[in-house]
Design a protein. Structure first.
Length: 230
């Protein structure tokens, strides 16, 4: 009797009425789904957050740039509007000047006539009404009651003082010490130095009686001339 050898086949293992191999595959698929799908979701969320963060940073950067621009415009208006204009104005007041006065020295020898002396003057004025007009105030250092006087320290001699609106020594306007004259004319309105040609004259006169009645000595006075526009 010949015995036939039987081929041994592996007996299939079962779990929950399913072969173990099939069961393991299902478990692997489930595991992959449970792990990979959340990973994909998280990755998508993470990428979205990065995108939002970049957008936020960009918005923040733009806001900062805008804020700086506003501050720059507020602090430096020159950047806000160009070009800008500046108003230039000059106010020229009424101006006068007197110059060219010289000392007057007298040494009278003829007691029969007055002792006179004079100095020419340059007067500049920009007064327009009338053109070239001005006022003069002459003040004697040793004046008394409006009289011009010279002194030797003890004795005094009165003398007359006069103003002329030309360079001539003619006694035109009688001066009172410390008192402003009426309006004069003839001042230069183009040159501070009258172009080298004096346009006024200050002159004095001692009467022969005053000279004859004074003790011998050297007498002196200082006269201050002030020219004003009004």
């Amino acid at each position: 009797m010949t015995a036939k050898a039987k081929k041994c086949m592996p007996t299939a293992l079962y779990r929950n009425n399913m072969p173990v191999t099939y069961f393991n595959m299902r478990m692997s698929i489930v595991t992959i789904c449970l792990v990979f799908i959340p990973f994909l979701a998280f990755s998508s969320y993470f990428l979205d957050e990065i995108s939002r963060l970049r957008t936020f940073k960009k918005i923040k950067k733009n806001c900062l740039l805008l804020f700086n621009a506003i501050c720059l415009i507020s602090v430096n208006p020159i950047y806000a509007a160009n070009p800008s204009a500046a108003t230039v104005s000059v106010t020229v007041p009424a101006l006068v000047q007197v110059s060219g006065l010289g000392d007057i020295t007298l040494s009278p020898t003829n007691l029969g006539s007055p002792a006179t002396g004079a100095t020419t003057v340059c007067v500049y004025t920009n007064v327009l009404s009338p053109l070239g007009s001005y006022y003069v105030t002459a003040t004697s250092l040793h004046a008394s009651s409006g009289l011009f006087r010279v002194t030797n320290g003890t004795n005094f001699i009165s003398y007359g003082a006069f103003w002329n609106t030309t360079s001539s020594s003619t006694q035109t306007v009688t001066l009172t010490s410390g008192v402003k004259t009426a309006q004069q004319s003839g001042g230069s309105n183009t040159s501070l130095t009258c172009s080298g040609s004096p346009n006024a004259n200050f002159n004095i006169s001692f009467s022969s009686i005053q000279i004859a009645g004074a003790p011998p000595a050297t007498y002196s006075d200082t006269v201050t001339l002030v020219v004003s526009p009004s």
